[in-house]
Design a protein around this ligand. Structure first.
Ligand code: CUA
Length: 145
């Protein structure tokens, strides 16, 4: 094997490991889990914010051209929220910048992610998949009190 080839292999292996551990470390520190796809054969039609227990919420979000339903979610600080996300029409995105939450809203399926809101404030969520002429208007807020 050529020595430059070997160096390239070692360098790419090292970089791959660094990126892999950076993702693991970051997701552990931000207390978020990986998005999971739930293979339901029927997606939900209605949006809902459900309190399951003290500090535990389930949010059923419906994305459509060009809004989220619900657009505003109010929860107390220290809450853990399971987001269930689906789309009525095309593929949309769901991104909460401060929480590192990023998943897709796919018609006909449900994606789920869990995150915790310890700090009070307003957390904006936006659509980050280009979905048509009203894409830039797709946003909402999570108000943590
Ligand atoms: Cu929905 Cu962009």
């Amino acid at each position: 094997m050529d020595k430059y080839e070997l160096r390239a292999i070692i360098l790419s292996g090292t970089l791959l490991s660094v990126f892999f551990f950076a993702v693991l470390y970051n997701s552990y520190n931000r207390k978020i889990d990986m998005p999971t796809c739930i293979p339901f054969n029927k997606t939900f039609e209605k949006s809902e914010v459900k309190q399951i227990d003290e500090g535990l919420y389930e949010v059923y979000l419906v994305a459509r051209m060009w809004s989220f339903d619900p657009e505003e979610i109010k929860i107390p600080a220290g809450s853990t929220v399971d987001f269930y996300l689906t789309s009525k029409d095309v593929v949309h995105g769901f991104h909460i910048n401060e929480k590192g939450v990023n998943m897709m809203a796919v018609p006909g399926s449900i994606n789920k992610i869990t995150t915790r809101f310890d700090e009070p404030g307003v957390y904006r969520f936006v659509c980050n998949e280009f979905c048509g002429t009203g894409h830039q208007n797709m946003a909402g807020s999570i108000i943590v009190k």
